[in-house]
Design a binder for this molecule. Structure first.
Ligand code: CP
Length: 338
């Protein structure tokens, strides 16, 4: 049995096979590969694309999806080991994961960080506890990384660029009125590195550099393929010669739990918005973003609606890569009685 927690646990060759399978699913949309299979989709946070694409993908494969929102239609869950459960939670993740494993063939979980202590959030404990107690594959719907988004991004770039090796991938921080999750930024960094790009991270100050786990992984992945990882705070340097501009906003890790101190820095960098002038500096780059996207805050209307914008294609490709992923996980895994 294999989980899909982070693409760091999967080789490029394995991910290439999933992308090839995704292209087949894109050509042939209704294939009865999950008939009789049931998948629990557990959402602790809101979603448009993830929920819709998983529900529809499972339907198109002949399976059945059960959507659960703990604390909102399903019982609130306790995650602390050894807790005296005299608070709001009605049941422990150990029972939740083991019971769902008796009903379902896979459990998929979305659980964003709490944004108070990064040292705590970086443990990814909600997903980790589901994986510890489940006896079926567990799939990450976005926690501190967003691996399904990574696959969709790579399928989309492959479709437009052909090979990704040796091309320049710019991951640019953008302004947002709230400090957001670093998950998609972590993911973009590691998947671009794994797929042979020269990767540049553009962010306002060194405090916006991503967690060492992902920076180190990206550095190691790029260097092992003769590529580079560059960090810059200079907009012109970042955009120069880029083949892909990927935009995302995130909160600076040193400011977790004291966001009022981070706000002035973020406000001072509204000019990191992706606009046509910046895109002019690139090598006719493609633009993308995971969505949802605040127009004219993160990127201008002109960029989001441009022919070089892949935001809708990338969102569509979530459907195809996830179908490939689910069939891969279920063909590799055998359900184990607990
Ligand atoms: N990109 C993404 O995961 O979108 P949702 O938050 O709408 O699921």
């Amino acid at each position: 049995m294999r989980h899909f927690i982070s693409t760091l646990d999967w080789s490029r060759e394995e991910l290439e096979k999933i992308l090839a399978s995704a292209s087949e699913h894109k050509r042939d949309r209704i294939r009865p590969l999950l008939v009789g299979k049931t998948i629990a989709l557990v959402f602790f946070n809101p979603s448009l694309r993830t929920r819709t694409s998983f529900e529809i993908g499972i339907y198109q494969l002949g399976g059945h999806a059960v959507v659960l929102e703990p604390g909102k239609g399903a019982w609130p869950i306790e995650f602390r080991e050894g807790a005296v459960m005299d608070g709001d939670a009605e049941e422990h993740v150990e029972e939740v994961a083991r019971v769902l494993s008796r009903y379902c063939d896979m459990i998929a979980v979305r659980a964003f960080p709490k944004f108070q202590r990064w040292e705590e959030d970086r443990q990814d404990s909600v997903l980790g506890l589901f994986a510890r107690y489940a006896t079926v594959p567990v799939l990450n719907l976005e926690t501190i990384t967003h691996p399904c988004q990574e696959l969709a991004l790579m399928l989309t770039l492959r479709e437009r660029l052909g090979t990704t090796d040796g091309k320049k991938f710019l991951l640019t921080w953008t302004y947002h009125p709230k400090p957001l999750n670093t998950a998609v930024a972590n993911s973009a960094l590691i998947i671009a590195a794994k797929f042979g790009f020269d990767v540049t991270l553009l962010c306002p100050t060194p405090e916006y550099t991503l967690d060492a786990r992902y920076m180190d992984a990206a550095r190691s992945l790029t260097e092992s393929q003769g590529r580079s990882l560059t960090v810059t705070h200079d907009i012109a340097t970042g955009y120069e010669g880029a083949h892909v501009v990927y935009a995302k906003s995130w909160g600076a890790l040193p400011y977790f739990g004291r966001w009022q101190d981070e706000a002035p820095i973020r406000e001072a960098h509204r000019h990191f918005i992706v606009d046509a002038d910046k895109m002019q500096r690139t090598d006719r780059a493609l633009f993308s973003h995971c969505l949802p996207l605040r127009r004219n805050v993160k990127a201008t209307d002109e960029v989001v609606s441009a022919p070089y914008s892949l935001v809708i294609d990338e969102a569509e490709n979530r459907l195809h890569v996830q179908k490939a992923l689910m069939t891969t996980l279920l063909s590799a895994g055998k359900k184990v009685a607990s």
